[in-house]
Design a protein around this ligand. Structure first.
Ligand SMILES: [Zn+2]
Length: 249
């Protein structure tokens, strides 16, 4: 099988793997899972977008809800905006999406999607999107791109994620991490997020501390990364914390 046939076969296999992980978690036999898949976060409800044709993570969220995980938090720290994810769940108060991303890489997102692509639950507290912007960009940049609101710089990024996690509209029953590694300082993230391997550990710890506090299971899926050695090192950093977490420090 080749072309789209192979693509769809791959997506179905990915979805099956994610559903198996959710089944095991729902049975109470696993607190945290990592799926080496491509989540499809740019895919819209009615169309593919950029590299994404289908959205296995959105399907997994719906599957998880059908298994009893009623309210799902998605934390997306890929360098690029999770426009498809947010659009899919835009009118669904049972899913809360947080996307911390580069505001300067809008070629991956539709500006209208970025402006409107906030879930209703996120809009209620106003923290669904965390756009990062290098201080070197002019104040007019946002206006030119049709954007408004607060932009954050690299040195603020981890603290604003922590603040956002502390202001959820409800307690989630399941937390999904959309773990993109292209925000690494040695990938696309230089002068935007500037994250190192230690920062990916810290991000993971922030989510796991919240999950520990709420007695909530965590389901992480692999995503972006264009520099393979950097991506591998960052992913290993994330998975090490995910696998070895023993509780709040
Ligand atoms: Zn990305």
């Amino acid at each position: 099988m080749c072309g789209y046939g192979a693509l769809f076969t791959g997506v179905l296999r990915q979805s099956g793997g994610m559903q198996t992980a959710i089944d095991i978690m729902r049975a109470g036999n696993l607190d945290r899972a990592y799926c080496f898949i491509f989540g499809g976060y740019h895919t819209y409800p009615d169309s593919g977008h950029n590299y994404c044709v289908l959205h296995p993570l959105a399907a997994a969220v719906r599957y998880a809800q059908g298994c009893g995980f009623a309210r799902v938090l998605i934390v997306d720290w890929d360098h690029h905006h999770g426009d498809g994810t947010q659009t899919i769940f835009a009118s669904d108060p049972s899913v809360y999406c947080i996307s911390i991303h580069s505001a300067a890489d809008l070629y991956m997102a539709r500006a209208v999607g970025l402006a409107q692509g906030m879930t209703s639950a996120a809009a209620a507290v106003g923290h669904g999107n965390i756009p990062l912007l290098n201080a070197a960009y002019s104040d007019e940049f946002g206006e030119q791109m049709g954007l408004a609101g607060r932009f954050y710089q690299a040195h603020e990024s981890l603290s604003v994620v922590e603040e956002t996690l502390n202001q959820l509209p409800w307690h989630p029953d399941l937390i999904c991490i959309f773990s993109g590694y292209d925000a690494h300082i040695d990938d696309c993230g230089r002068d935007i997020s500037n994250w190192t391997d230690d920062d990916f550990r810290r991000l993971t710890m922030l989510v796991l501390d919240l999950a520990h506090q709420l007695a909530c299971q965590v389901f992480s899926v692999h995503n972006g990364g264009y520099n393979l050695p950097v991506t591998i090192a960052a992913a290993v950093s994330h998975v090490e914390v995910l696998a070895g977490y023993q509780g709040s420090s």
